[in-house]
Write a protein that binds this ligand. Sequence first.
Ligand SMILES: [Zn+2]
Length: 486
Amino acid sequence: MLIVGEIWTFDGDGPRAGAVYLEGGRVADVGEAEALRARYPGARRLSFERVTPGLHDAHVHPLYWGEALAALDLRDERDPRRVAAAVRAEAARRPRGSWIRGGGYAFDAYPDRALLDEAAPDHPVFLESRDLHSAWANAAALAAAGVDARTPDPPGGRVLRRADGEPTGFMLEHATWLVRRVLPPPTVDDLRRGLDDLARRGYVAAHAMGDLPPEATEWVRRMAADGALPLRLAWTLPKRVWRSWRPEKIGEQLHVFGVKFFADGALTSRTAWMKIPYPEGGHGMPLDDPRAHDEEVAAVLDAGFVAAWHAIGTRAVHELLNLADRLEARGLPARARLRIEHAQHVDDADLPRLAGRTLSLQPRHAHDDRAALGALGGEPRRTAYRWAEFARLPGVRLLFGSDAPVAVPDAAAGLQAATRHPLGRAGLTGEAALAAYVHTSAVALGWHEEPAFWGRIAPGARAALTLWEHGEPVARVWNGVVEPVQ
Ligand SMILES: [Zn+2]
């Protein structure tokens, strides 16, 4: 198969070419269109505006994304009353007693369950915030979970309460598990739905970030062994279970490569761990406190895993860098194998410390956080989403992803946010932004060194490609087949 177009190779020897010739799932030849047409006269010919190495979503939760695709879509909702109206309509469609699930909202203040109790008195309701760090439940859901005025706050979580001590139905961080644990459990079908959606959007790889439950790792291993994964999956383990696994690759289907930690919460839930306090007080919340994880992370690195650390707030990033420094001082490969997920708020003093590190970023979050940042005032806005400054640091690796279901895994929207910064800061060049999706994401996993290498279009490369028109993915090449984006 001969594909003619602007070939962005991300290969040092020739960053641009006019055509690529594929054979048996590999890139066989790259060069000028005319020369390749002459060399392969019998080849099937296709033409696209642009061809790149295949898209990665470098931070995604495919199981939760699959669940979200089947739940009530509350994206862009900022008014609890509108959410309650959507719940009321959903309740009219569903048998009494069945769970109503939904997610995607971002409220400016914590709502009370009275709205949901009125909208759906006969259905348990559980709605997750867009950032997944808080949830809103009604009385029926709290009753099903046995949560009442006597329920204590769990470690790392808070049940918000009315003046009389009764739960308001709004829960932060680990407290969401009080209700989450009685929900119908996610299934392998949810996982498949999430992965299929990513493949249909033109992705060839996804870095799955610590999806619970732990049995999901068994599901993906089984799917990989059957060759049933629709894209290449890089998998991180939840931290409670990682010791029963080791880094492994199952063909080109699955790469179990990391362990996921959470240094803090998220901005819109006001749980991101910040150096300066929120207007209403408090600095957010450390979760896996980096000051107390030296031995655990040392063991993770010793076992050959990458430690992928969620860190959003300025304080979380700061403490995580301190942890990395302590581990490096012990001779551990923290610079190479401690990966920072999000890095949304970075103080001036910590910025140069990110040199040489791997930063996994989600450009669309800057767009979605505009309102929340506006409410927080100048300093949090100044330290937010400093991608162009990151890109200037020597040796830094930027990877881009969506964090779906936190944002829709729309790579075109991500590229647009990365190049035209939603907060009005300097953006990245188009080439640098694309590199974070198609090149560096493969390099960060070491896939650029495999025999059928990834992340670059050159003879011998795996033909896992994304095909573009007008800045949007329109198809991918996967297993020797051109699959249109749907
Ligand atoms: Zn995430």
